[in-house]
Design a protein around this ligand. Structure first.
Ligand SMILES: NC(=O)c1ccc[n+]([C@@H]2O[C@H](COP(=O)([O-])OP(=O)(O)OC[C@H]3O[C@@H](n4cnc5c(N)ncnc54)[C@H](OP(=O)(O)O)[C@@H]3O)[C@@H](O)[C@H]2O)c1
Length: 355
């Protein structure tokens, strides 16, 4: 089978390329600078156990009309859309251009190819109380006043929500074969702990290691749901390749500990003390409005939304994974490996020397 992928060079994307090529699928990656990015990506895919030579690149950009594609594409079995601007404090215009307009251009490509669209959104689309608070009624999302949502949620989250809601509507209108994968916050590779330093979990570990986390955000019930990046990549591969797939796959490990025990686990691997007291979210959010404090604390108010007390129904994904005999890596191990990888990056010590 042949798959088209956006965001292939990203943390999740290169794991998806490895998972697809490991199963002998051909991948066409849309890259902004194929001449400088393809070689590195092939090497990364090889080192993740994939087959880099099964990867071809095509020049394209989510910010360009019709993705800036100038080369004819082969017949595709599915389009996998991961590409996005993933950052805090994105301005509305920039976030919408790449994450919303770009996503709809990718959906249009899948329509023209008459193939499946595997669309990567996020787990907060299943937190209906949160959507309501932002002003999105999940029953009538087309009535949303988006400028309000952008003010309340920030550019990244708002644009991801808008993109998913508009892509769903596009898929319905054109009877597209549409699968939405909704990842939790991504943790490191379950075997190696590899975790990019731009990932939110990396920042949390960094805050813990550097003593910037004196108190735990929220309450005892708050958690930051996680999914190991290689496990997520397998879910995305199956979403693209299986004959029958649920419309939505919530990729979230229910075994993720609540935030305080998660920090305690990570701290024990760092030889540090974890915070035990709590700071209520509204107090923390108010503090983070003080200019300069977000940068000093390495915490941005928008990031706090992802730490919340809501529990999620993951039965459909669990059944799907059982059918395909995919085992879920143990979250305790994933947290340990991610922390070890973080410490190794930070201290320069190998895992054997560490501790
Ligand atoms: N990581 C998480 O915790 C998480 C959780 C839920 C959902 N997601 C979603 O999963 C997807 C991938 O996340 P990630 O963590 O892998 O992100 P990432 O490491 O930041 O990768 C982003 C990717 O998007 C590409 N990209 C950015 N702007 C582009 C543009 N204008 N045109 C084409 N490509 C562009 C980047 O390409 P360059 O290399 O050229 O910059 C890169 O390949 C995103 O849609 C994100 O919203 C992530």
């Amino acid at each position: 089978m042949t798959f088209f992928i956006t965001g292939a060079t990203g943390f999740i994307g290169r794991h998806v390329c490895a998972s697809l090529t490991r199963h002998n699928h051909a991948v066409v990656a849309m890259l902004r600078q194929p001449e400088v990015q393809l070689d590195t990506l092939r090497q990364q895919v090889d080192s993740l156990g994939g087959q880099g030579h099964l990867l071809q690149a095509i020049s394209g950009d989510l910010d360009q009309p019709e993705l800036g594609l100038t080369t004819a594409l082969p017949k595709l079995d599915a389009v996998i859309h991961l590409g996005a601007r993933f950052a805090w404090r994105l301005d509305t215009e920039t976030a919408r251009r790449t994450n919303v307009t770009g996503s709809l251009a990718v959906a249009e490509l899948a329509r023209r190819q008459q193939c499946r669209l595997v669309f990567i959104s996020g787990f907060m689309l299943e937190n209906h109380a949160h959507l309501n608070r932002l002003g999105i009624d999940p029953a009538t999302p087309s009535h949303t006043e988006w400028p309000k949502v952008y003010r309340r949620a920030g550019g990244y989250e708002a644009s991801k929500l808008e993109a998913a809601i508009r892509a769903r509507a596009f898929a319905r209108q054109h009877a597209l074969d549409f699968v939405e994968v909704q990842p939790a916050t991504v943790a490191g590779n379950s075997h190696t702990g590899e975790l990019d330093n731009s990932q939110p979990l990396y920042s949390l570990l960094d805050n813990l290691a550097c003593g910037r986390l004196a108190l735990v955000p929220g309450t005892r019930a708050h958690w930051l749901p996680l999914v190991a990046v290689d496990h997520l990549a397998d879910i995305i591969r199956l979403a693209a390749t299986a004959d029958v797939v649920p419309e939505k796959l919530l990729a979230l490990d229910r075994q993720t500990p609540n935030l305080q025990p998660l920090l305690a686990q990570a701290a024990s691997h760092m030889g540090k003390r974890a915070p035990r007291g709590y700071i209520p979210m509204p107090v923390l959010a108010a503090l983070l409005r003080i200019p300069g404090l977000p940068a000093l604390m390495n915490t941005y108010p928008e990031a706090l939304h992802f730490i919340q007390p809501t529990r999620f129904d993951t039965a459909a994904t669990e059944d799907f994974l059982k059918q395909h005999q995919i085992a879920v890596p143990k979250m305790e191990k994933v947290i340990e490996m991610s922390t070890r990888h973080y410490s190794q990056q930070h201290t320069g010590l190998s895992p054997a020397e560490w501790r």
